[in-house]
Design a protein around this ligand. Structure first.
Ligand code: WTA
Length: 644
């Protein structure tokens, strides 16, 4: 991929086509895609809403009068759409969730069984006092009780806020307080690479530090029985409410389905809210159109449910489509590096969706692992989270997809709720290294710093120029473009995604990474500000800045630049304190790969740290002009330090 500009001419050798067998059976054919693209915006989104069951039909597709509201007037329940309607249609005995546990155990829930347990747990939550619009925090690993708890919350109209189980007690405490959540569902512990990790201790510490009463419900994974101290046992609650039926609460299309934390453009953790009607319509339609899901399909999205990808394409999308979703608790290389391929073979997985960082690891381990298994059930592959380079793309198609499967490189974000840029696998040609065009109903552009369009082949900021149903609620209100990333430029609405991109002559987008202070490590979004504030909390640290490095396997790792207090030495002991401060404030995923000590950080005259220079130094790139800095000499010093 070129960095900066792209040749306008198209080379036929760059294109790959889906096999005819796929094209013939695809949910969205080329003719369907064209017809949708020719429809007026936003009317074209009605087809997404029509995939759902509404208690009250919506009055219009969109109301865009000051505040954007999708499917206004419509009322529905997400848990009804993911469960009851499939049971009603006679599909109660079909598999909804297949869970593959860490110790090699496996459990399948049919739609009927999933509905029963969701009903019991929803009744239990009600009994504990959870009311409509109360936020319930879910701090759980990849166990079936996590989607069950999500759907139970959705059933009673209580927005959930899932916190990734790898986060620390402090990170959980911040997220409990930020979401104003008085209910926490967690697990006693879980296994990672065969070792038991205790989650409840972290949950207890978080609850202690939030300074408000938090009701805890604990799922037992490590211990048997109902012994969870003062807290409620999930198992006992479900048993005590066996056979309960909770009528799904009718939610307005615009009512919150869930809250989720991500890192905002300033690098601080930001709370994002998703709506019931718009979000569910968006993820259901994209599950059918992009992942080509039908009720008879088995879909495996390997992302943790703690992140948006798991919400949209491991839980809500596939279940709303009536498909089977695989939930995998383990790591890809434990006990052996063939574990994923074994799971695909055993479950006859049709669609596999993962991050490019995983594909690069599979490639490093070698093709002998997938070759040991029959992967012929696979029809379609997908990637998300970061750009996939051409080599990894071809390896994935050849060794996992049997040289045949189409690959959808899907671009989207926590804020978009669901996929917005991708090829339609049965309709579009693929260009390895590029994500494809906008999906029908999406409008995107590449603009300069003022929001003006740049020429084809030139790099700039990726913006979306029309609202879409899965958009986060915070984007629905008109604000000033410069400050809040949404607003009007020359009369045109724009949402600034924070990513840089190039659009080629065929309309395909090539993603160039984040333009803002957000880090992307192994396809996961981390906050610079959250990591930096943890580092500054370590004894002896005066200031800190973190940037992402370019790593061939993990995409990008965290690199920290730390300036110690004047009487403190930048030595191994301090380095250790820095690393453990990050581990305890956020979790192991955010721990810096390198810690470089410096007497000061490069700053503008107004005192703002310029991470751009630190990033260039880390990645050995050209620094450009440093004269606008208050202390340009520090950049030179840092460069020579890293060369040593
Ligand atoms: C990056 C995950 C290149 C991008 C769904 C985006 C990608 C951020 C792709 C969102 C892709 C996601 N190609 N980059 N196909 N998909 N990204 O919010 O920088 O965790 O802004 O959502 O991941 O990360 P988030």
């Amino acid at each position: 991929m070129v960095n900066g500009s792209r040749d306008e001419t198209t080379d036929e050798r760059e294109w790959e086509t889906p096999p005819i067998s796929f094209v013939n059976g695809a949910n969205v054919t080329a003719a369907d895609g064209d017809a949708l693209r020719e429809m007026d915006w936003p009317a074209c989104w009605e087809c997404a809403a029509d995939l759902l069951d509404w208690n009250r039909p919506f009055d219009a597709v969109l109301d865009d009068d000051g505040v954007t509201r999708w499917f206004p007037g419509g009322r529905l329940n997400a848990s009804y759409n993911c469960l009851d309607r499939h049971v009603r249609d006679g599909r109660g005995d079909e598999a909804a969730v297949t869970w593959e546990g860490k110790l090699g155990e496996s459990r399948t829930y049919t739609y009927r069984q999933l509905l029963d347990e969701v009903n019991s747990f929803a009744a239990a939550l009600r009994d504990l006092g959870v009311g409509e619009d109360d936020v319930v925090t879910l701090y759980m690993p990849m166990v079936p009780e996590l989607p069950i708890a999500m759907l139970a919350c959705a059933r009673i109209g209580a927005p959930h806020s899932v916190v990734f189980a790898g986060f620390s007690a402090d990170a959980l405490a911040t997220r409990l307080t930020g979401a104003d959540s008085e209910y926490l569902i967690t697990c006693d512990g879980y296994y990672r690479r065969g070792t038991a990790l205790y989650l409840k201790g972290k949950a207890d510490n978080a609850c202690l530090s939030v300074g408000q009463e938090v009701e805890q419900i604990v799922v037992n994974r490590l211990a048997d029985g109902d012994s969870v101290g003062d807290h409620h046992s999930y198992e006992k609650l479900v048993r005590d409410h066996a056979g309960a039926e909770v009528a799904p609460v009718e939610r307005g299309s615009d009512d919150l389905l869930f809250l989720i934390y991500t890192s905002g453009t300033t690098g601080k953790p930001t709370l994002v809210g998703h709506t019931t009607g718009g979000y569910l319509a968006h993820v259901t339609w994209t599950s059918r159109a992009v992942f080509d899901l039908d009720p008879e399909d088995t879909h495996w999205c390997s992302a943790d449910v703690g992140w948006i990808t798991g919400h949209s394409y491991a839980v809500y999308g596939p279940l709303a489509c009536g498909a089977t979703t695989i939930l995998y608790e383990g790591t890809p290389d434990h006990p052996e590096k063939n574990r994923l391929w074994e799971v695909i073979e055993r479950n006859e997985v049709d669609v596999f969706y993962t991050a490019p960082t995983s594909v690069r690891s599979f490639m490093k381990w070698g093709s002998k692992y997938p070759a040991q298994h029959d992967l012929s059930s696979l029809r379609l592959l997908g990637t998300v989270g970061e750009p996939i380079d051409e080599t990894a793309w071809h390896w994935y198609r050849e060794h996992v997809g049997g040289g045949e499967c189409p690959i959808v490189d899907t671009w989207w974000q926590t804020e978009t709720g669901g996929v917005v840029l991708s090829t339609l696998p049965g309709a579009d040609r693929m260009r390895p290294g590029a994500v494809g065009r906008e999906l029908p109903g999406i409008e995107a552009a590449v603009v300069d710093e003022m929001g003006k369009r740049v020429a084809i082949g030139e790099s700039g900021r990726l913006v979306l120029t029309q609202p879409w149903p899965g958009m986060a609620r915070s984007l629905c209100t008109e604000t000033d473009w410069g400050a809040r990333r949404t607003g009007t430029v020359d009369g045109e609405w724009q949402y600034d995604t924070g990513d840089n991109a190039i659009r080629d002559a065929d309309g395909y987008f090539h993603l160039l990474g984040r333009a803002d202070d957000v880090l992307n490590v192994s396809g996961r979004r981390l906050s610079t500000a959250e990591i930096e504030s943890a580092i500054v909390g370590a004894d002896g640290v005066s200031e800190a800045a973190v940037v992402g490095g370019t790593d061939t396997v993990t995409g990008s790792k965290v690199h920290a630049f730390v300036s110690p207090e004047s009487n403190v030495a930048g030595d191994e002991a301090l380095r250790k304190r820095v690393r453990s401060a990050v581990e305890s404030a956020i979790g192991p995923i955010a721990v810096p790969e390198t810690v470089t000590f410096t007497p000061s950080l490069p700053k503008t005259r107004s005192g703002k740290v310029v991470r751009r220079y630190l990033k260039a130094i880390t990645n050995g790139e050209d620094l450009g002009d440093t004269s606008a800095l208050r202390n340009p000499e520090v950049v030179g010093e840092l460069e020579s330090l890293l060369d040593e």
